[in-house]
Design a protein around this ligand. Structure first.
Ligand SMILES: [Fe+2]
Length: 151
């Protein structure tokens, strides 16, 4: 299997979102290495970090869409939730000792690519316009600090 290489077609044009998406791609590649090394403890460690980070990213993205007044936040949230459940069920199977690592890796890659190009692409215009007008300057750093603790 190949590494997940970041490509420009994955860019939403919103820097903060692209940075977070790249970090998820990094986690997927770290997971790839741990799986190739057959290092179960490392797979577990990265899996936990990736799940945590991705859920926080989803929360941030949803807050940003709401703040920007994007009309389809509800549908987008439902997609995030379905994905979160899917990952949780993979994690459960992993915890039960099933060998799901390779299947998970290809699923993550396909899902993330499709999601970024379609659902995330759909909100990018509204969010970009909102950020360009920059009505509430403190909101972004406050929200990042609250969710990620490092803004
Ligand atoms: Fe999303």
């Amino acid at each position: 299997m190949f590494y997940f290489v970041w490509e420009s077609s994955l860019e939403t044009g919103i820097d903060i979102i692209d940075t977070q998406h790249r970090r998820i791609v990094d986690y997927i590649n770290q997971l790839h290495v741990a799986i190739s090394d057959k290092d179960r403890n490392e797979v577990e460690r990265i899996l936990n970090q990736m799940i945590d980070y991705t859920i926080t990213h989803f929360t941030f993205e949803e807050s940003l869409m709401e703040k920007a007044g994007y009309a389809h936040v509800g549908a987008h949230k439902a997609v995030h939730e379905a994905f979160t459940n899917r990952i949780a069920s993979y994690k459960q199977r992993f915890d039960n000792g099933e060998d799901i690592a390779k299947k998970l890796l290809s699923d993550l890659r396909i899902w993330l690519t499709n999601h970024i190009k379609h659902e995330d692409g759909d909100y990018s215009g509204v969010v970009k316009e909102h950020l360009r007008r920059d009505i509430d300057k403190g909101w972004l750093s406050k929200t990042l600090g609250r969710l990620f603790g490092n803004a």
